[in-house]
Ligand binder design. Structure first.
Ligand code: RTP
Ligand code: MG
Length: 142
């Protein structure tokens, strides 16, 4: 499998629960290297632009409201099959449906406050990484 990069966000609920380190540990144990990272409090414009694909969905306003409710940690993960690997680590969007041992099963509280975001395709990953990081902010290791 090819080495890939994906964009991950630790959402405001998980930051508030002080589980940044636990989530980072899961990435690292799964062979995903953190090659860029930043803590930030998203503005409404930043959240709307990031989730633009969901603009017409009924949950869009709640999603943007939640994503701007507190600080997030944004990172680029790099590794073999990183996009799917990160989605597998996160589990299903709705924590009630997430498999035991996944990030969302363990740390999410609702479909809105669902702990983490991960790019869902190579195209999304490319767009989402560029949305938050310049090339010179990404620090690959060997
Ligand atoms: P994400 O983009 O945050 O990684 O989540 P995802 O791919 O698993 O889910 P997606 O369909 O992209 O939806 C983005 C976020 O919107 C909220 N959502 N609410 N009420 C609803 O039916 C509903 N559906 C989605 C979730 O917080 C989801 O993470
Ligand atoms: Mg998504």
């Amino acid at each position: 499998m090819a080495k890939e990069r994906t964009l991950s966000i630790i959402k405001p609920d998980a930051v508030a629960k002080n589980v940044i380190g636990e989530i980072y540990s899961r990435f690292e144990k799964a062979g995903l290297n953190i090659v860029a990272a930043r803590m930030m409090h998203l503005t409404q414009e930043q959240a709307e632009g990031f989730y633009a694909e969901h603009k017409e969905r009924p949950f869009f306003k709640d999603l943007v409201g939640f994503m701007t409710s507190g600080p997030v940690v944004v990172q680029v993960l790099e590794g073999e099959g990183a996009i799917m690997k990160n989605r597998d680590l996160m589990g299903a969007t709705n924590p009630k449906e997430a498999e035991a041992g996944t990030i969302r099963a363990d740390f999410a509280t609702s479909i809105d406050a669902n702990a983490a975001h991960g790019s869902d395709s190579a195209e999304s990953a490319q767009r989402e990484i560029a949305y938050f990081f310049n090339d010179n902010e990404i620090c690959p290791r060997g």
